[in-house]
Structure formats: structure tokens, C-alpha cells
Design a protein around this ligand. Structure first.
Ligand code: FRU
Length: 586
């Protein structure tokens, strides 16, 4: 039967969605598409629930690109562009292997992907996500994003690379996408910077400016180090001599390998003044490892840290080691992202405060202490910019959680980043804590402020509800009194913020915030230790699908998917609050 099907489909030239595509089904799992004409893109129809097909691009008979694409079976959710620009003028053949199941189920030619597939000179990037595309947080134009990668500052530009799937709005085909900004809030999209190769997909990593040409790639080259996710995870480098616009992979890759070390990834490179060497910190199972190098190519293992320290209820990922001033001296802070194991389930960022002598990190705390950088559910893979100006340490986090990142209710793109945050160490009682403050550049977005006094009567924020704004709420709490603020919309969807004096906590309740049904892990109340009492200030950064709360001694980042913008602010408690509302001027 299979044999007959094979012959039949081989003989048939089925109608193509566009005259530039000649589609032939060679078997129930194998299709070849001859691409003719001058169009730059083949638009591939995606159905998110379909099993992935392996799509290979052959240029003059040689494989030049391969990607896994969930080609649509019975309904096209959206189109993704296969960019053939680099091979224009050559003879292009797409070789498509379906997974077993689909061909057996039905005749391969029935799948809607073949009739919906087309070619086009341009790919339409116009925003289709009217409700949930953020106005002032970074999000990819289309496709999937997770961790921020390779953040480096050079010549007035803040580079942001990120884990990127250009062939679907869910995790897979990991590339580095690229964007630049001169002010940390307006971003120019620059497309793909690094694509998978024979060593594997391009997993997370970092980048530095090689000012003294230690690697021999050129003075001021941007050198990126990333994980090649192949059969094993290894670390590779690539360099750019044109301000990050194009990268060349180092022919000697990989540069760091390890034996029998699963979850060996996410290298963060930094320059160490103490030893005048490059260092890298990377995740290796349940610990981090440090390596040193004089040239970014040859690396020597120095030490490991972390077994038995902090939280180990998940995989250790995306570390960063930063140096921060504290009371006249410097301390070192190790950022460490963990998934699952976060305080409210899934992903979160923990940190360790200590010292680093160029070889070894020593933690100031007892091993049993766990500290969290952000007390929301949607703050992950936080790492900092290299070479930031004015001695600043600026971090950004992926604003999602692996529990539900792939199923949040957007289609054209999935995931956004937090606002950039300047980091500092501050004293809280006997402790030294890591404080995240929205970078000053975020304040430049503030439009003309409106003042409110909030007491028993609720306040409507805008005449026409807005999706993006900032609220600064100032109030004084009498001893042993708490306060509750509620942001709600016209349909009664609401987010509840509570200061609780007995437990000395701040919490955010998003259980009734709007669409919470797409994952059973989404509805949640998140709670942070917070000093409650006396003069208080709460900053809420609201965007289409997120709320970031900043207090004196905590921050909390949570996604929300309301059916219309929250426009009413209510206060419960025996007090008055001064509210400043800043529209976002963007
Ligand atoms: C963290 C992570 C990294 C890895 C990347 C893959 O979210 O799992 O450890 O490099 O995502 O996309």
C-alpha cells in the first residue's frame, strides 16, 4: 500500500499554492519543493499543534539551512518566512520530511500547508497582536524569544541578542536574534545574528568588546560566546567587526568542552581586572564553573561553586558574575537562574553575595540561604550588559516562565523582556541585598504626570483606557496597618497588591487578572518579604501584558492578560495615598 502511494504521489505534480513552487510528494513522509522566481521569501504555513517537519534548503544541491517547522495540517495559524535572500540566483530545492504519524493518517497532499504555502518579495511584520504586544518592553517582531543573550554596549549602542525561533512562536531552532538601542527603550530589530550549524543550535551566552585584540579578531571586535547545543553541549565563539551586524564563527570551535557533564551551558564572559584575564562563568549541572583565558580561545578550568548552596530544585542555568560597590568596598554577586525551583513554581533568579579572587567564588552566606532577585513568576534568565558606560550594572530578564511560556495567549510573537534594571547592593537590617531599580532611561518614557489623592473612592486613571503607564503610589502606613491597592478594568478583572504588616510582605494576586486559563500554573499570588510600615513608595510599571512592581526592598514581575486595560485604582485601608500617573509617551 505504502509502495503504491509512493509511486502515485511521485507521478503527480500537485497544484502549488503559488506558481513559484512546484510541490512533489515522493512518499507519505517526504516532499520536495522546487522554488523558482525572484521572491526572497517562501512563506511557510504553521499550525502550532502540528508535529514538526524537518525542512532543508538545498542551494545548487548543497544543504545550506535546516529548520523544524510545524507545517499546518488542517488550519494555518500564521505564516513564517524562510529567507532565501542569501542564495538568490541559485537553484533552490526544499526537502521536507514529515514525521511518521501525519502521512499514515491521511494522504500527504491533503495537508493545508501545501495549498497555503507561497512565495513573497517581502514578509509582512505589521503588528497583529492588538492587545498584548508591549508598548515599551522589548519583544521580537515575530516568532519566539526566550533568554536575553550577548548583551554588550559599544559606541553608544546597547546590543541585545536573544534566544530566537524565527520559524514558529514556540521554543525550537535556537538562533540568536539581534536588536540595538541608543536609549534602552527604543529598539531597532536587526534579525538573526547567529544560526544553528553542524555543532548544534545556538543556545544562550554573552558577548564582550575585545578592546586590545587579545583574540586576534581585530581591535574592538565584539566576541560572543554561546553554547553549541549538539549531541553534547559545548561552548563556541564568534566575532563581529561591524558593530554586531554580522558574525563570523571561529573555525576552531568549540573552545570549551567537558566530559560527562549534562546541562553544560550559558557562558558569561567578563574581563577580570585583578588577574588581567578573561573569565567565564557557566552552568555545569548543579554548580557553576569558572575558566580563565588570555585570548578568549584557550580556556583553563579554575574552580566550581554551588553544590549544596542555595536552591537546587531545578536545573542551574544562565549564571552571571558581577562586581558591585558596597559601603566603600567591592562585593561580587553571582546571579543564577534556576528552572524549576522558583519560589512560586517554575523559573526564577537566585543570587549569591560574596567575593571572587580571579579563581574562586566564596559566598558570604551559609549554604542553606536562598535569595531571590525578583519575587514574581515572570523574571528569568536575568543577566547583565558587558562594558556598560559610567560603571553601571544593567540587567534585563526574560519576562516569562517555562511553566507556560509556550502557551501564553499571543500568536505572532511570544515573550517580552522586563524593563532594563540598574543593580546595586543595599543594606536591609543585617543583610546585604541586591536591589533592582528600573534604569533611568525608563523614566524618559514618562509623559505629563497626573496627580491623584486616593482614599475611599476609586479613581479612574484615563478617560480612554491606556495599555501602558506608570503609577507611583506614596503613602504612610500607621503602625501595624496594612494596605491593599486594586487595579481593575471595566469587566472586573483585577490585580490586587497587598502590604501585610504581620508577615512584613508585599503580594500581587493575579488570579482574577483576565485570561488565566491557558495554563494551570498561571493563576497565582506572589509574595515578597518587604518592610511594611512608615513611609512607603510603590512603583508599578504597567504594559499591555505585564506589571512590574518596585518597592524599597523588593521587585516583582508578573504577566497579565486582561481583556481590556486596567483603568481603575482602588485603595482599601485606613489611609490616603498620593498617586502620580505617568502616561507612557511612546
Ligand atoms: C534558559 C535556557 C538556557 C539555554 C536556553 C535554550 O531559559 O534553558 O539554559 O541556553 O534556554 O533556549
Amino acid at each position: 500500500m505504502r509502495y503504491i502511494l509512493f509511486i502515485a504521489s511521485f507521478l503527480l505534480t500537485l497544484g502549488a499554492g503559488a506558481q513559484n513552487l512546484t510541490i512533489r510528494h515522493l512518499s507519505d513522509t517526504h516532499t520536495m519543493i522546487r522554488v523558482s522566481g525572484k521572491d526572497r521569501y517562501v512563506l511557510l504555513p504553521v499550525q502550532e499543534t502540528a508535529q514538526e517537519a524537518r525542512v532543508k534548503v538545498l542551494s545548487n544541491g548543497t544543504e545550506v539551512l535546516a529548520a523544524n517547522v510545524s507545517l499546518a495540517i488542517d488550519k494555518t495559524d500564521y505564516l513564517v518566512p524562510l529567507d532565501l535572500g542569501a542564495w538568490s540566483g541559485s537553484s533552490i530545492l526544499l526537502d521536507v520530511r514529515m514525521t511518521q504519524g501525519r502521512g499514515v493518517r491521511r494522504d500527504p497532499s491533503d495537508d493545508v500547508c501545501w495549498s497555503d504555502m507561497t512565495t513573497a518579495p517581502v514578509f509582512d511584520r505589521t503588528n497583529q497582536e492588538k492587545a498584548y504586544r508591549p508598548l515599551y518592553h522589548f519583544a521580537p517582531e515575530y516568532g519566539w524569544m526566550n533568554d536575553p543573550n550577548g548583551m554588550v554596549y559599544q559606541d553608544g549602542e546597547w546590543h541585545l541578542f536573544y534566544q530566537y525561533n524565527p520559524y514558529g512562536s514556540f521554543w525550537g531552532n535556537m538562533h540568536w536574534g539581534h536588536a540595538v538601542s541608543r536609549d534602552l527603550v527604543n529598539w531597532e530589530h536587526l534579525g538573526v545574528a547567529l544560526a544553528p550549524d553542524a555543532l548544534g543550535a545556538i543556545f544562550s551566552g554573552s558577548a564582550v568588546v575585545d578592546k586590545e585584540n587579545t583574540a586576534g579578531f581585530g581591535r574592538d571586535a565584539i566576541v560572543a560566546m554561546y553554547t553549541s547545543d549538539g549531541d553534547n553541549q559545548t561552548q563556541s565563539i564568534a566575532y563581529s567587526n561591524d558593530g554586531g551586524r554580522t558574525f563570523t564563527k571561529y573555525p576552531g570551535n568549540p573552545v570549551i568542552v567537558a566530559e560527562d557533564t549534562p546541562d553544560f551551558r550559558d557562558p558569561k564572559v567578563f574581563w577580570d581586572d585583578q588577574t588581567r584575564q578573561w573569565k567565564v562563568v557557566l552552568a555545569a549541572g548543579q554548580e557553576v564553573q569558572f575558566y580563565s583565558s588570555d585570548n578568549l580561545k584557550d580556556w583553563k578550568y579554575e574552580s566550581s561553586f554551588g553544590l549544596a548552596y542555595g536552591n537546587h530544585n531545578g536545573v542551574w542555568e544562565c549564571p552571571d558574575l558581577i562586581r558591585l560597590p558596597f559601603e566603600g568596598k567591592d562585593k561580587w554577586v553571582l546571579l543564577l537562574n534556576i528552572n524549576p525551583g522558583g519560589p512560586f513554581g517554575g523559573s526564577a533568579t537566585q543570587y549569591f553575595v560574596g567575593s571572587f579572587d580571579g579563581k574562586t567564588f566564596k559566598c558570604d552566606d551559609l549554604p542553606t540561604v536562598t535569595r531571590w532577585m525578583d519575587y514574581g513568576k515572570d523574571h528569568y534568565a536575568a543577566v547583565t550588559w558587558s562594558n556598560a558606560p559610567a560603571g553601571r550594572t544593567v540587567a534585563i530578564a526574560w519576562m516569562s516562565n517555562w511553566q507556560y511560556a509556550n502557551s501564553v495567549p499571543t500568536k505572532q510573537f511570544r515573550s517580552a523582556n522586563s524593563v532594563p534594571r540598574d543593580l546595586s547592593l543595599v543594606r536591609k537590617g543585617k543583610e546585604v541585598i541586591l536591589k533592582s531599580t528600573p534604569s533611568p532611561e525608563v523614566e524618559a518614557l514618562r509623559g505629563r504626570p497626573v496627580q491623584y489623592t486616593l482614599s475611599t473612592a476609586p479613581v479612574d486613571l484615563f478617560e480612554n483606557p491606556q495599555r501602558a503607564y506608570e503609577l507611583v503610589v506614596r503613602f504612610t502606613l500607621p503602625k501595624k496597618e496594612g494596605a491593599t491597592f486594586v487595579l481593575s478594568n471595566e469587566t472586573g478583572e483585577q490585580v490586587v497588591f497587598t502590604y501585610e504588616p504581620e508577615s512584613q510582605t508585599f503580594s500581587m494576586d493575579r488570579r482574577g487578572s483576565g485570561n488565566v486559563k491557558f495554563s494551570k500554573s498561571f493563576a497565582a499570588v506572589t509574595t515578597a518579604p518587604a518592610q511594611v510600615g512608615g513611609k512607603m513608595e510603590l512603583r508599578l510599571l504597567v504594559d499591555s501584558a505585564s506589571i512590574e512592581a518596585f518597592g524599597e526592598d523588593f521587585c516583582m514581575t508578573n504577566l497579565v492578560f486582561p481583556s481590556s486595560p486596567y483603568n481603575t485604582l482602588k485603595l482599601y485601608g485606613n489611609l490616603k495615598a498620593d498617586v502620580t500617573l505617568y502616561p507612557i509617551a511612546k
